[in-house]
Write a protein that binds this ligand. Sequence first.
Ligand code: GLY
Length: 425
Amino acid sequence: MRVLVIGSGAREHALVEALRRDPGVSAICAAPGNPGIAQHAEVRAVDPCSGPEVVALARDFAADLVVIGPEVPLVLGIADAVRAAGIACFGPSADAARIEGSKAFAKDVMAAAGVRTAHSEIVDHPGELDAALDRFGPTWVVKDDGLAAGKGVVVTADRSAARDHGAELLEQGHPVLLESFLDGPEVSLFCLVDGETVVPLLPAQDHKRVGEGDTGPNTGGMGAYTPLPWLPESTVAEIVTDIVEPVAAELVRRGVPFSGLLYAGLAIGQAGPAVVEFNCRFGDPETQAVLALLDSPLGALLHATATGTLDQAEPPRWRDGAAITVVLAAENYPAHPRKGDLITGTEAAEPNTEVLHAGTALREDGALISAGGRVLNVVATGADLAEARAHAYDRIERIKLPGSHFRGDIALAAVEDRISVPTRA
Ligand code: GLY
């Protein structure tokens, strides 16, 4: 099978590495890819948001399967364009991708499916903001009602900080979504979904704030780990049965069946799991950790999803142990990341660790430089989370990028047994 992966981040690098481990995959191309991916796969410079460009490349590469990583091309209908060209595509239609692209649509689907989620209101005009804030908080959850890669979210107990963020979004012409705060530890559950067939992957936890101890502004994600030793064993099945399957069925009922990866972001509170958000694609950086433990051929699972045969596919198998991803971010990330700095120390291959590229580029002289906010990911596995952490931090310490930073506490609360699921009310 020849596979074309669309995207350029560490998530796509992880997808490429997992596809390389699949003996059924004979060739991989990534577009636009990145310098890390280019070490082991062909890369082509196409615009991931151009249907004609992606289709032309898929034909030229003779792709049997196109895998679309990021949400923006999905929301823009690139999966529809690929399927219309007669090529199998892993990724939902534009209509189904509204589960991420339109928070109002997602709330409506969840209400119809009877799924527990935060109460919310959309504010379109600055004059409505104060009264709306009075109906929420504390704690206030203020979101950009569009695609903002995690960075448009402010969660705060400070009303004036909530107001400032809402006012700034409105000034930029973005509607604001206010939500009630959901308590409890967060879980990212990725499910392969093909119509009403739902196959969960391992649950993971992201670390969204930039600073240790969950301080500072939200980011696209500073690190993740899997599995979750604190999550009761029955919870994944409960999320599938009570949340993901009803949502998948509701999308089928509306004539917009989902095909691809449905990512449920959840808070596990006193009343049980509740949805914080749905995304229409693999999460970043959780995917990097989840795929590090996948023992099944990834290409076969994605192809079965894309061709409507997921119900006949062998369920995913997982390696024992644990995996973590630690993100190396550029100076001033997430506000104004500095770019163009020299990176060294990525080359050495070591057992149990991988260095994945997220925001890198090659200078004219061939040197590796930073080119984004999240620059690299170190992914490590171990017999348990403590060992995986030790491998990851040992490896990341030896990468040099001026001004860069990473969180030293990825998975630490889980290792120290400081996370617990509230007792059911
Ligand atoms: N892990 C956050 C996201 O992928 O949106």
